[in-house]
Design a protein around this ligand. Structure first.
Ligand SMILES: [Zn+2]
Ligand SMILES: [Zn+2]
Length: 129
């Protein structure tokens, strides 16, 4: 089975992920832009039992538009967000695709918050929600 490990920039906080993600999504919401410092966020959603976390993350929680709470785990030393959970889906773990630093990671299958996407980004997903 495929095994991949997401890590923060300094390597202290990791999330080892077994198997393929259920969904890979590109999010252009403004919160993802601020969280990543980039134009969009990329997330791979794994079943909770497929993810093994190592290291002590710091927590940042915020309320989503839907009213659910998203709780981000980031490295207190280097600041990278590695994974997060959502109160609406306690059975899954969301992992930052960039934290895998793996150009062969599968591409996103959906995009969300397209209305906030930077117009120069030409990505077209297989489906949209
Ligand atoms: Zn770190
Ligand atoms: Zn977002």
């Amino acid at each position: 089975m495929t095994s991949r490990t997401a890590a923060c920039a300094c390597g202290a906080l990791t999330a080892a992920c077994e198997g393929e993600p259920e969904v890979i999504s590109l999010c252009s919401c403004r919160n993802c832009q601020r969280r990543t410092g980039s134009a969009f966020g990329l997330v791979a959603i794994f079943p909770g039992e497929a993810v093994a976390v190592s290291g002590a993350g710091a927590i940042f929680a915020r309320e989503a538009d839907s009213g659910s709470t998203t709780t981000f785990s980031f490295c207190p030393s280097c600041g990278s967000t590695v994974f997060w959970s959502r109160s609406a889906r306690p059975d899954v773990v969301c992992v930052a695709v960039g934290a895998f630093a793996d150009p062969t990671f599968p591409m996103p299958v959906r995009t969300v918050y397209d209305e906030h996407r930077h117009p120069w980004i030409g990505f077209e997903a297989a489906s949209r929600l």
